[in-house]
Design a protein around this ligand. Sequence first.
Ligand code: FES
Length: 102
Amino acid sequence: MKIIARDRKGREHIIEGNDGWTVMEALRDAGLPITAECGGACACATCHVYVEDGWYEKLRAPSPEETDMLDMALAVEPNSRLSCQILCTDQTDGIKVTLALE
Ligand code: FES
């Protein structure tokens, strides 16, 4: 599946995400500057992204753990998510995200 990812300089990258990976893993594998300090354990918020263009509503709601972590993140917006909590599936093919400021 494809992910359209905008970096912090506004450049758009179209990257591949293997089925079952998380969006964070795909971003990291593509060399985008995402820290993902905790490795996807929902314990750091350094994989924060903004989910764009109506994709936010299509995702499963964040878990209480993700919501707690986002409470501690900087520059949180209504479309903020942790990219390690978004799975690459047919349902997320074409998802558009922007890397959040750190
Ligand atoms: S990688 Fe740490 S919360 Fe997503």
